[in-house]
Design a protein around this ligand. Structure first.
Ligand SMILES: NC(=O)c1ccc[n+]([C@@H]2O[C@H](COP(=O)([O-])OP(=O)(O)OC[C@H]3O[C@@H](n4cnc5c(N)ncnc54)[C@H](O)[C@@H]3O)[C@@H](O)[C@H]2O)c1
Length: 245
């Protein structure tokens, strides 16, 4: 019997792979046997070389529909598509200056329009093959909007939208062999979090610590496995018990 968590022979596309969680995800799934295609704003070529086994690196801005469609037309059939990209820049809608509007726009472009571009572009080939797994990265911020950390409002709103999209897309393709799930990480020690430059009261957290990128990569690998055949529209919390949905 096939090990349902083995990814040997699977072709998996990971975007945001130049980042901490995306990079860890590429490493974990490569170790599980997958052939990896990785993208980011700058092609993550060093990571592709490290992974070997035919891994391919591509430069792609997910906010550009035209570029996303061109890349998917070029990469060929995929078993799974994972979006680990994300945009988080601190802004203040209430007391801040006028730049909040541009910040909101870019946040929505990357965190909402980007995933829509990606899902729309990868679906036709998956529908044709009647098989596919899609994973989008949301956030605990969408659930609690800052009760455990000082969350940026555009970011929280964008991730709330993304959680809704997971459920929407899941229902649209549920009868076509394609599952769509999401992951909602808590505070994970990555450049995105460090750039936010805020203190964390980790002594009040159930596990007394922040998460590490591989601790998000492992659940994503599960969501890309055949073990998810009856699981779709779920956004799973991976936050060390800080919040429950
Ligand atoms: N680190 C955390 O605490 C945390 C918590 C919850 C959710 N998340 C989410 O996890 C995901 C990964 O974040 P991370 O912590 O690894 O951050 P990261 O900054 O290390 O990685 C994010 C990557 O996204 C890429 N990116 C940004 N805009 C892009 C675009 N338009 N097109 C393509 N790529 C783009 C960046 O270049 C970067 O490499 C994001 O969706 C983030 O919102 C992170």
């Amino acid at each position: 019997m096939k090990n349902f968590f083995d990814l040997s022979g699977e072709r998996i596309f990971i975007t945001g792979a130049g980042g901490a969680i995306g990079g860890a995800t590429a490493r974990v799934m490569s170790e599980l046997g997958a052939e990896i295609i990785i993208t980011d704003l700058k092609a993550p070529t060093a990571l592709a070389e490290e992974l070997g086994k035919g891994a391919r690196a591509i430069a792609l801005d997910n906010a550009s529909r035209k570029d996303v469609e061109a890349v998917f037309a070029d990469v060929g059939p995929l078993d799974a598509m994972v979006d680990c990209s994300g945009y988080y820049v601190k802004g203040d809608w209430i007391d801040g200056g006028d730049d909040w509007e541009a910040l909101l726009q870019r946040t929505i472009d990357v965190n909402v329009k980007g995933p829509v571009n990606l899902v729309r572009a990868c679906l036709p080939a998956m529908k044709q093959r009647k098989s596919g797994r899609i994973v989008l990265t949301g956030s605990m911020a969408a659930r609690n909007a800052g009760s455990t950390l000082a969350v940026e409002p555009a970011y929280a709103a964008s991730k709330g939208g993304l959680h809704a999209l997971v459920r929407y897309f899941a229902r649209q393709v549920a009868d076509q062999g394609i599952v769509v799930n999401g992951i909602a990480p808590g505070a994970i020690l990555t450049p995105l979090l460090i750039s936010a430059n805020q203190p964390f009261a980790t002594e009040t957290y159930p596990m007394k610590r922040l998460g590490q990128p591989p601790e998000i990569a492992w659940p994503i690998a599960f969501l890309c496995s055949r073990g998810t055949s009856f699981m779709t529209g779920a956004v799973i919390d991976v936050n060390g018990g800080v919040a429950f949905s």
